[in-house]
Design a protein around this ligand. Sequence first.
Ligand code: MG
Length: 396
Amino acid sequence: MKIVDLKTHAVAVLTEAPLRHSTGVHPGYFVRTIIELVTDEGLVGLGEVGGGDQSGLFQTLKPRLIGEDPFHIERIKQKTLRQIYYISNPRAYATIEIACLDIQGKAIGRPVSDLIGGRLRDEVPFNASISYRYREGDAGGETTPEEMVAYTRRAVAECGFRSGKLKAGVLPPENDIAILYALRDALGPDFGLRVDPNGFWSRGTAIRVAKQLEACHLEYLEDPTWGLEGMARVRERTSIPLATNMCVARFDDFAAGVAMNAVDIVLSDIYYWEGIQGVKTLAGMCDAFRLGLGMHSGSELGVTLAAMVHTAATLPNLTYSVDTLYHHMLDDIIVGGKMPFRNGCIAVPRGPGLGVELDPDRLAKAEELFRQRGDYYARFHEDTRRPDWFPINPGW
Ligand code: MG
């Protein structure tokens, strides 16, 4: 079997309201690039990646893929990820690997999870992202503990989530602390709670906030401050486990992270960690060092979400629910629309490959929305409601 073509689609999908984070705002939609890897046997593998419109990148890589066998992913990895160090792009390779595994599964009639060890669980639990939102129409605008609790309760009622993560660092830390205690009171002692200011607190603020949150029984504190050194010093001063998707975010960071005792939990990500196979390798490394393992969300649509669910289902040491922003989205580009949450979980697709297919009508609509709205990743930090603002780290 040989790869004969690679097609790309830049798409945009609306969210219910703009989502704020410590370094800016997702302005009411997410942008993704979908790829279709076409073979000479008529099988088509799907891939997806974030970070704006990546079509140009894939057209650059396309000549290296034409003629390759989609079963030979180690060879494809060398040609697309390892060939030239200064243009090494793990996200691009991961996207191609997802599409190759989709083709492999379709070729042998087995789900991707069966190609990577087989599923240990039939459904994967997810963790609701709880973001400050700007108001748009009838939705959003929450800032107070009461408003954030009401909005989280709605997500819990609709999707059955059993854990949630506050995207902090938008407002002063005292507001985040009050919200977390209000969520604890409202949702009970068994509801999993996390907080992530994306490294936006100073080391001193992070230590002070951690002390004030000790009684809130968090699952973990995620990237409270910037970098391995900052995280290591905060970790000395708190009993709350520290997690990261920022300072141990690629294989080159791992040894230093362990040597410096910087973190307790590494949040895997198919794109940061060089594909699904890379996440499997990371899981083994975390197990060897008895580090916890979670999974980061990058505002994915159904193709990536399926890849995440297949991967997560095969990881024995994935003891934390997987992060998601999916509940914020109004639609998807796959057949059937959004994958449903049941009791906070998504079922592992059973069809061949990823088990999801593109819906031509939804895809066309999402491509049109991208053409209308444009690629906000080029102006990622812009906040149109605060035109003169830009993030200065540490913010608090
Ligand atoms: Mg994070």
